[in-house]
Design a protein around this ligand. Sequence first.
Ligand code: MG
Length: 170
Amino acid sequence: MDGCTYGHNALSYRVGIGYDAHRLVRGRELVLGGVKIPFEYGLLGHSDADVIIHAIVDALIGAMGLGDIGRLFPDSDPSYKDIPSRLFLGEVYALIKDRGYAVNNIDVTLLAERPKIAPYAGEMRELIARELATGSDRVSIKATTQEGLGFVGRGEGMAALAIASLFVPA
Ligand code: MG
């Protein structure tokens, strides 16, 4: 019944939401939005644990109704061990393109007590936009602390929220 009730343009615009969290540990490099950031802790995970990219990928997969990042890129798969999450973006972009969509816009909020990511946000936006064949003006990256509250506030981890919208280019 997809699209039948509301006409053929009903699915020409789709929105998805994504969330991710990872633990901060010593001895791991911190990679956020594909950019290496000097910090005394890094995020623990099977891949590089880039919470920003994971949240974006989940939002894009959600917009297409294809499940979630764990289904597409299972952490039981050894080929994903320690890989740059940026590569997930390229794989998701292939799915987006196959379905005739393009990225309309992405908005991300990183939840982290430290470090400040504003100096790196421009580079993150450009890298993410490049992987998704869109303009960096369509990718927004921002951050907030948790005022000392919860696991983010205690510096035990970071989390990210993302929303993504897709459209059918003319
Ligand atoms: Mg993750």
